[in-house]
Design a protein around this ligand. Structure first.
Ligand SMILES: CC(C)(COP(=O)(O)OP(=O)(O)OC[C@H]1O[C@@H](n2cnc3c(N)ncnc32)[C@H](O)[C@@H]1OP(=O)(O)O)[C@@H](O)C(=O)NCCC(=O)NCCS
Length: 424
C-alpha cells in the first residue's frame, strides 16, 4: 500500500498526463514521506527503503493507469503474489474482480524479472550518479525513471508496436522487410538486433516461449496486429539478410507483443519496465552506498575554440554590434537603433545592409547565415509596425549570433514611402 496522501498527490495531475510523467513525480515525492526516517549510512534503513520501493512501484504504476482511465484506485491484496497483484490493481474494479489467468501472471512475472537488471544501462548509471551525491534514494530512482523514459532506452518495446501500426497490414510486410534491408533506407525492424547480444539475446528466448503461451491462451485470430507480429517474426527468422547479420527478435519485440495481448496500453509499457527495473536500480544504489564510493563526476573533453579573447560582461552586449555594424555615415543606410545594446543607439548596419534592404524590399523572413570573422550571424525579420499618422514605419529584426545562440533585437525606422510588406 502507499500513503493515502499520495492519492491526492496523483489527483493533482491532469487526466491525460503520461503515466511516466506521473511516475517521475510520485516516486520522487516518496522522498517527502520517508526522508526523516532514512539514514543512508544505516544498512537496515537502506534495506527497508529497498523493500518499500520494490513493494510500492506496482501500486503506483497501477494507480497512474487507473487515474488516466478515471477508474477508482484498487488496493493491493496480500494473498496475491507480485505479478498477480499488479494485474489485479490494473484490471479489477470495485464492481468486478479480475480473474487472474496463471499464464498471464507468469508472463507478467517473467517480464518484470527479465527487466530487473542489465548492468550499466543509462537509467541505472543515472541512479548511481544521483546516489553518489548522497541524495535521497527515492529521488535517485525518480531520476532513473526519467532516464528510462526516453525512446532510446525503455521505449523500444513501444517502438515495436508503433512500427506494427505503421506497417498497417500483413500484405505490407514484404514491402517493409525490403525497406529494412535497403541500406539507403533508414527504416529498421524495431525489436530486431542487439548491440551486445550478437548470437541471441537469452532473455528473448524466454520471452518468445512466453509470447507463444500468452497468444495461445488469449487466441490471436481476431487481432490483426498480433497476427502480423507473428508473421514478421517468421519472415525475419528465415530471411538470409537477418540470419546472416544475426538480427534476431530481441526482448522488446516479444515483451511489446505480450503486453499488447494482455490489454496493456502502449504508454504503460515503459512504466512496467520501470517497475521491473526498480530492484536493479535499488540494488546498484545499495551496493554503492554500502561500499566505498566517490561523487560521480565525469570529465569533460572541451572541443570548442582553442582561444577566445576575454570580453568583460559589460561590453559583451556590444560585441555583436562592434563586429557586425560599422558606425559610418548617417545618411547612406537605414538608421538603426538596437534596444538594450549600449553604445549602438544609432548604428549603421554594414555587413547586413544588403540583406536588410532585401529583407525590407522582398519581405523574406530569414536571411542566410552570414560570416563575420570566425562568427556566424543570421538575420530574421519580425513583424513591421506603422505609427499612424506619422508616416513612420518601423521594421524590427532579430540578429542571431550562432556562436552565442542569442538573439539581439534591432529596430530600423524609416519615413515613407512605406515598405511594400504584406506579411508579418
Ligand atoms: C539494437 C541495434 C541498435 C544494434 O545496433 P548495432 O549493434 O550498432 O548494429 P549495427 O547498427 O551496426 O547493425 C549491423 C548491420 O545490421 C543492420 N541492422 C541492424 N539492426 C537492424 C534492424 N533492426 N533492421 C534492419 N537492419 C538492421 C544494420 O543496417 C547493419 O547493416 P550493414 O552491415 O549492412 O551496415 C540495432 O540492431 C537496432 O537498431 N535495432 C532496432 C531497435 C531495437 O529493437 N532496439 C532495442 C534493442 S534491445
Amino acid at each position: 500500500m502507499v500513503h493515502e496522501k499520495l492519492r491526492t498527490f496523483i489527483e493533482g495531475f491532469r487526466r491525460e498526463a503520461h503515466p511516466m510523467a506521473i511516475m517521475c513525480g510520485i516516486v520522487g515525492a516518496l522522498s517527502a514521506f520517508y526522508h526523516n526516517s532514512l539514514d543512508i549510512n544505516n544498512e537496515e534503513h537502506r534495506r527497508r527503503t529497498a523493500l518499500r520501493l520494490i513493494a510500492k512501484m506496482p501500486t503506483l504504476a497501477a494507480m497512474s493507469y487507473k487515474y488516466a482511465r478515471g477508474e477508482p484506485f484498487v488496493y493491493p491484496r496480500n494473498d496475491l503474489d507480485y505479478a498477480e497483484n499488479f494485474l489485479h490493481m490494473m484490471f479489477a474494479t470495485p464492481c468486478e474482480d479480475y480473474e487472474i489467468s496463471p499464464v498471464i501472471a507468469r508472463a507478467m512475472d517473467r517480464i518484470l524479472l527479465l527487466h530487473a537488471d542489465h548492468e550499466q544501462n543509462a537509467s541505472t548509471s543515472t541512479v548511481r550518479m544521483a546516489g553518489s551525491t548522497g541524495a535521497n534514494p527515492y529521488a535517485c530512482v525518480a531520476a532513473g525513471i526519467a532516464a528510462l523514459w526516453g525512446p532510446a532506452h525503455g521505449g523500444a518495446n513501444e517502438a515495436v508496436l508503433n512500427m506494427l501500426d505503421e506497417i498497417g497490414h500483413e500484405r505490407n510486410l514484404d514491402k517493409f522487410v525490403a525497406k529494412a534491408k535497403d541500406r539507403d533506407d533508414p527504416f529498421r525492424l524495431m525489436g530486431f538486433g542487439h548491440r551486445v547480444y550478437k548470437s541471441y539475446d537469452p532473455r528473448a528466448k524466454v520471452m518468445q516461449q512466453t509470447c507463444d503461451e500468452v497468444l495461445n491462451e488469449l487466441g490471436v485470430e481476431d487481432n490483426p496486429t498480433l497476427r502480423m507480429a507473428q508473421r514478421l517474426e517468421k519472415i525475419a527468422l528465415e530471411d538470409s539478410y537477418f540470419v546472416e547479420k544475426r538480427l534476431y527478435p530481441n526482448v522488446d519485440f516479444y515483451s511489446g507483443i505480450i503486453l499488447k495481448a494482455i490489454g496493456i496500453p502502449v504508454e504503460m509499457f515503459t512504466v512496467i519496465f520501470a517497475t521491473g527495473r526498480t530492484p536493479g536500480w535499488i540494488a546498484h544504489w545499495n551496493e554503492m552506498i554500502g561500499g566505498a564510493y566517490r561523487l560521480g563526476r565525469p570529465r569533460q573533453l572541451y572541443q570548442g575554440h582553442q582561444r577566445r579573447d576575454f570580453v568583460p560582461v559589460g561590453t559583451l552586449l556590444c560585441r555583436l554590434p562592434s563586429r557586425v555594424w560599422s558606425f559610418a555615415s548617417r545618411n547612406t543606410a537605414p538608421r538603426a537603433s538596437a534596444s538594450g545594446i549600449h553604445g549602438c543607439k544609432s548604428a549603421l548596419i554594414r555587413p547586413f545592409e544588403r540583406s536588410i534592404s532585401s529583407n525590407m524590399a522582398g519581405c523574406s523572413p530569414q536571411s542566410p547565415v552570414q560570416r563575420d570573422g570566425d562568427s556566424e550571424f543570421s538575420l530574421s525579420r519580425l513583424p513591421q509596425t506603422e505609427a499612424p499618422g506619422t508616416g513612420r514605419v518601423t521594421n524590427r529584426f532579430g540578429i542571431r549570433d550562432q556562436s552565442f545562440s542569442r538573439v539581439i533585437r534591432l529596430e530600423v525606422s524609416q519615413r515613407l514611402p512605406p515598405l511594400a510588406c504584406t506579411s508579418a
